[in-house]
Design a binder for this molecule. Structure first.
Ligand code: UDX
Length: 479
């Protein structure tokens, strides 16, 4: 990666603006560090709420101090400090940010020194595009969730026009999303498209379609994927957004570039908004190879007590070892916890399970003891599992996750889709299918896709070259 040799002042200045939720902040931080590694001056706009947590739970200040010109600034996310920020809260935040954050962003851009040459904005934050256009600053969109879901969101007006929305028969095939006609069913559409949600879905769908259809107005689009995984979908997206940088899997790309710069011994920035519990790594160290199923549903998903109990019985009855992340405040019900857990579950968990509030997930997925991943199919988790070669059982919660889980099982064939089911018998069966009975069926394609993923971010790989192209194009914007 060619480093900016000019004086700091002459190096391009990029402002990075994520939607302030974990899944989006994760990949935005990795991109910001990649730009800093190439000598760019980077200003990272954190929400006040997130910055406070990152300072509390991570080495954010020390880690980014190594990059001259890397600066953090904070903006309000528009929500009251005591807002729970769990479940489908981020839609509320959209409106709040639209109202409150745009003005602070414009003010910041007018007064910042040196001036910003390029903005990298979350593809859901249309107000950043408006601000950039008002000030004549080029803006590149970064959609941090999946390319396949971006294309489904983009096709929603066509589905409505064709009378395919609202959805009724959940297993009917959708015909108006090019490239998915043979396998995308109504139930695989983002949760907002479900008839059961149609009352308040209109506003959600309108908001998502409005933001998505704005994308061609941006200079270009960054996607966290790679050609070997999403080639066909990327070709469809290029018909609407010709300038795409597919630079993913971004966490693996960053590892490559950090290794190039610092050799094997480089430290990671965990960017966790929750306190990490690393004791699960020492527990994994004591487990046999590929014998543990890792269970985690990301930073937004909530489960009811009934669902928690069904999942727990399924895991216990599978007789497999399990490492389970139960995030604080992620269980709905009067006490926010699972209530009284049956003794047999506690005993079995003591015997072959381990539960934490937040885990170093990338490390867990690359641990030799882990042989499977029961996931909510958030895009970062999906890509982390792809790079680690770990087959998945998908239990999507909302947004892009319904689409992602269909691609995992039908397009990439590296896992099972447990969509819309939460039954201990099904959990038990699927865990045993993934870890034993049908293991070979998934391990081989998962290993092959992991190899392709790692090749794409190695020297000469498609994502490696796309990142170099992105960096060169931003440099040209600063001239
Ligand atoms: O214990 C944990 C659990 C999760 N994580 C990390 O948190 C991140 C979670 O991001 P995901 O994208 O998987 O899921 P989230 O639900 O948090 O993200 C959100 O934004 C991205 C979208 O694709 C998701 O659908 C949306 O929900 C991952 O990078 C994962 O490694 C931990 O570090 N520790």
């Amino acid at each position: 990666m060619e480093k900016c040799q000019q004086s700091e002042a002459a190096c391009p200045h990029v402002l990075v603006l994520p939607l302030p939720i974990q899944g989006h902040v994760n990949s935005m931080f990795k991109l910001a560090e990649l730009l800093a590694l190439s000598g760019f001056k980077v200003t990272f706009l954190n929400s006040e709420h997130n910055h406070e947590r990152l300072v509390k739970y991570t080495n954010i200040t020390a880690h980014f101090a190594r990059y001259p010109g890397f600066e953090f600034k904070t903006i309000p996310d528009g929500l009251p400090d005591d807002h729970p920020r769990t479940g489908e809260w981020f839609l509320e935040m959209f409106d709040a940010m639209e109202m409150k954050t745009k003005s602070s962003l414009i003010e910041m851009l007018l007064n910042i020194s040196p001036p910003v040459d390029c903005i990298i904005g979350d593809g859901f934050l249309g107000f950043a595009l408006d601000a950039a256009n008002e000030l004549g600053i080029p803006i590149i969109y970064f959609r941090t969730s999946s390319a396949c879901c971006f294309w489904v969101y983009y096709s929603i007006p066509d589905m409505i026009q064709a009378g395919e929305l609202p959805t009724r028969e959940m297993d009917r095939l959708i015909t108006t999303v090019p490239g998915m006609e043979t396998f995308l069913r109504c139930r695989d559409l983002p949760s907002f498209c479900r008839a059961s949600n149609m009352t308040d879905a209109d506003s959600k769908i309108q908001l998502i379609v409005k933001e998505t259809r704005k994308t061609p107005q941006a200079h270009s689009l960054i996607l966290n994927t790679f050609e070997d995984l999403d080639g066909p979908i990327l070709s469809h997206i290029r018909t609407k957004c010709p300038h795409i940088y597919a630079i993913g899997p971004i966490h693996a790309q960053l590892n490559t570039r950090l290794r190039e710069k610092y050799g094997e011994s480089y430290d990671h920035f965990s960017n966790s908004l929750w306190e990490l519990d690393r004791s699960c790594i020492s527990w994994l160290d004591k487990q046999p190879k590929q014998c543990v199923i890792y269970v985690s549903f990301g930073s937004v998903t909530t489960t009811s007590r009934e669902q928690l109990t069904e999942l727990w019985y399924g895991l216990v009855n599978s007789k497999k070892r399990f490492l389970w992340v139960i995030r604080p405040n992620s269980v709905t019900g009067k006490d926010g916890r699972g209530g009284d857990v049956p003794v047999e579950l506690l005993e079995a968990t003591r015997e072959r399970g381990y539960i934490v509030g937040w885990a170093p997930q990338e490390e867990v997925l690359n641990h030799p003891a882990v042989g499977g991943f029961l996931t909510h199919s958030g895009w970062n988790s999906t890509l982390e599992s792809v790079v680690a070669g770990v087959p998945m059982i998908c239990w999507p919660y909302f947004a892009d996750q319904q689409v992602n889980s269909r691609f995992v099982s039908e397009a990439w064939k590296i896992g099972l889709d447990m969509k819309d089911v939460c039954d201990r018998k099904v959990v038990e069966m699927m865990v045993n299918d993934l870890m034993v009975n049908r293991k070979e069926e998934f391990v081989k394609p998962a290993a092959k896709m992991a190899k392709l993923a790692n090749e794409s971010v190695s020297v000469g790989g498609s994502s490696y070259c796309n990142l170099d192209r992105l960096i060169e194009d931003i440099r040209l914007m600063s001239l």
